[in-house]
Design a protein around this ligand. Structure first.
Ligand SMILES: NC(=O)c1ccc[n+]([C@@H]2O[C@H](COP(=O)([O-])OP(=O)(O)OC[C@H]3O[C@@H](n4cnc5c(N)ncnc54)[C@H](O)[C@@H]3O)[C@@H](O)[C@H]2O)c1
Length: 392
């Protein structure tokens, strides 16, 4: 599937949208006029919970974006964000948002179990979609979304954004330079004590792998290539948790997870993730950046400082240069909540996107294979793949 569309294609797509809107106003709402008439991508934002407090400042300060509506099934949340970020239209559900003021790109930061159904409705209404991870809970549902997007001439992209950081690119370039020899193994870690605001994180369709480990899985598949087979182990440490929205909830989703991936060609990587991790040491002291991604080769090693969604530099030691040296500290324009801005720019300019739906689908299959392996005690083969290497 072509990842980006050029401006002409974008105009064509939105022209289709205009025609469809005229034909089916109940579905698409007021007639969609010229695409980006002010040179901006119009965004409909859905899911005004915790992370919207980070997304909306990024989106509303981007000159190529106009956030035209916000939506949440808890209407006070949408109202609060609308006031805070001066968004003119508020809706209580996706149906009314799609039928309301026209927009080009849905930004979906609802709870994880809502992603698939909400994304599907938006694609059916011929809207482009940026979805928080995962884009759906099942691989079959997510594949259907990719096919639906293609049929309707629109796009879906899924978080996270870590393959767009300068540090990720630097690691790829270092591997390609031969400096660390043949890459053999990777180790990633991402955990904290678990979110305290919403119960869904601990219920079916939630869990630490979808919420946190997903970053490391995206990084390693991006660096080392598509995965062939997976082994996983998962435990639950706390039978129940106290959360702000639901009080005491039963913990049903993975809290403590170990995943091993075989990338083929002899390369293995391992991700550990959990909602049961002490992370105070990572927060102690100004600029303290522990390693979260380690890549080992036959002639050297490299280590990413800080989280892979917000890296602080890359340390390298290699044959003849055995003392670790830090490189690539500058984050440039990279921002972990900048994914929707990134794809908006791709839509507007035709720039190809490094973030692809096929990669997100593959990551979902790997995560679900980890769940299956943990459940059955068996190694699980992976069927999906994506275009790799990411950089030509
Ligand atoms: N909170 C963070 O720091 C953070 C960081 C990165 C990514 N994320 C991801 O962002 C997503 C949201 O996380 P959050 O922490 O903001 O969760 P949250 O529970 O605080 O917010 C989710 C919001 O979505 C709304 N919602 C749920 N279903 C809906 C539907 N069908 N239609 C409209 N609104 C609906 C809920 O009412 C809620 O306000 C998740 O995928 C999470 O993994 C969160």
């Amino acid at each position: 599937m072509k990842q980006n569309i050029d401006r002409r294609q974008f105009i064509k797509n939105t022209a289709v949208l205009s025609t469809a809107a005229a034909a089916a106003p109940a579905l698409l709402g007021a007639e969609s006029s010229n695409p980006a008439p002010t040179g901006k991508i119009r965004i409909g934002y859905i899911g005004c919970g915790n992370v919207s407090g980070s997304y909306l400042p990024n989106l509303t300060s981007n000159p190529i974006i106009e956030v035209v509506s916000v939506c949440d099934i808890i209407p006070e949340r949408a109202k609060k964000r609308a006031q805070q970020f001066k968004v003119p239209n508020i809706y209580p559900n996706i149906e009314e948002q799609l039928a309301g003021v026209p927009f080009d790109l849905l930004v979906n930061t609802t709870s994880m179990p809502s992603h698939g159904p909400v994304n599907k409705k938006a694609l059916e209404a011929k809207r482009n979609v940026w979805s928080e991870k995962p884009m759906a809970l099942e691989v079959s549902f997510a594949s259907e979304l990719l096919a639906l997007a293609k049929r309707n001439g629109v796009h879906i992209w899924g978080s996270p954004t870590c393959v767009t950081s300068p540090q990720f690119k630097f690691m790829v370039d270092t591997m390609n330079s031969g400096k660390i020899g043949k890459v053999t193994a990777g180790h990633g870690t991402y955990g904290h004590g678990g979110p305290g605001w919403s119960g869904w994180f601990y219920q079916k369709g939630g869990g630490s792998l979808y919420d946190l480990g997903v970053y490391n899985v995206t990084t390693f598949t991006g660096l080392l290539g598509p995965v062939k087979e997976v082994v996983g182990m998962e435990t639950i440490i706390n039978p129940t948790r106290k959360v702000e929205d639901q009080g005491e909830v039963k913990v049903e989703a993975d809290e403590n997870t170990m995943l091993i991936m075989n990338h083929g060609n002899g390369v293995l990587s391992h991700v550990q993730t959990g909602f049961v991790y002490f992370d105070g040491e990572r927060l102690a002291g100004e600029g303290r950046q522990l390693y979260t991604i380690d890549v080992t080769g036959t002639k050297g090693t490299m280590h990413m400082q800080g989280w892979d969604w917000g890296p602080g530099g890359v340390d390298i030691a290699s044959q003849g240069e055995a003392v670790l040296e830090t490189f690539c500290k500058d984050p440039g324009k990279y921002n972990w909540v900048g994914g929707a801005s990134y794809v908006a720019e791709c839509l507007l300019t035709g720039k190809p996107s490094l973030i692809t739906p096929e990669h997100a689908l593959h990551v979902l299959e790997v995560m679900n294979a980890c769940h299956e392996s943990a459940r059955t005690g068996r190694k699980v083969n992976i069927e999906t793949t994506f275009k790799w290497p990411l950089f030509a």
